[in-house]
Design a protein around this ligand. Sequence first.
Ligand SMILES: [Zn+2]
Length: 291
Amino acid sequence: MKKWVVLLLLAVLIGNSYIQREQEGESAGRAYGEGDRSTITAAEANGGGRAIELTEAQTYGGSLILVNAAHPVREEGVLPDIVALAAHPELIEGYGLLEADTRLSAGVAERFRDMVDAAAEDGVTHFRISSGYRDEAEQRRMYEEKGAEYALPPGRSEHNTGLSLDVGSTLGEMGGLPEGQWLIRHAAEHGFILRYPKDKTEVTGIQYEPWHFRYVGLPHSLIMEENDLALEEYSAFLRKKGIIQSEANGERYEIQAVDVPGHATARVPADAEVELSGDNQGGVVITSRLQ
Ligand SMILES: [Zn+2]
């Protein structure tokens, strides 16, 4: 390449990054990574969109938080709508509970019930929840009784958030049964992921658990499935990309990962329906459903 071409390229690159910094300003939310600056965000295409303020507390809660040995659940990570399922007959229609005192987020239980309804239409009907939300004391007891091989320390388990549940079949071991097979094929369509797949044990640090499902919501579950990403990988993928756009179930979405060092401002399309979730790693993921 001729020297002047290289210099010209360099000037363009420096110019671009300078303009970008100018536009973002000091307090503006910075999308992670340099990833996709070629993407025009929906807010930009939309005449600037509207600003939303993000705070550190928001990085700890929501359906996309990463919880594992290195990323404990914070107070904000426990869903505020935890209920005893047996006290809400409308939430347990179509499936059983192994233990009468099973608790879960009411919102997650509703999505699970809808998923069970869809399975019933395919003739798969023997679902049972064997474990839902566990508070710290329960998790501690389990950890002390079963040991580190079988349970995570208190605050390090997804069961401590209300977002996860262990699903069984009343017919026996999940893995080979229609219930297990149906979930592997269809869970993502309903916002759930098999959190600890067989081929991701090195990424998750957890053995294969064909029973443990986690709610992450749409369109995230479908993107993860399509790209074969565990939650650890999806989180890193969003951080690297900064912004992605996707289509799921006929809807268009824009997903932005924003670093929130204490406080940040992000821009979203003015007319988009927006959902926020922390990633439990210092960032917030903004999911905008585009009109
Ligand atoms: Zn579990």
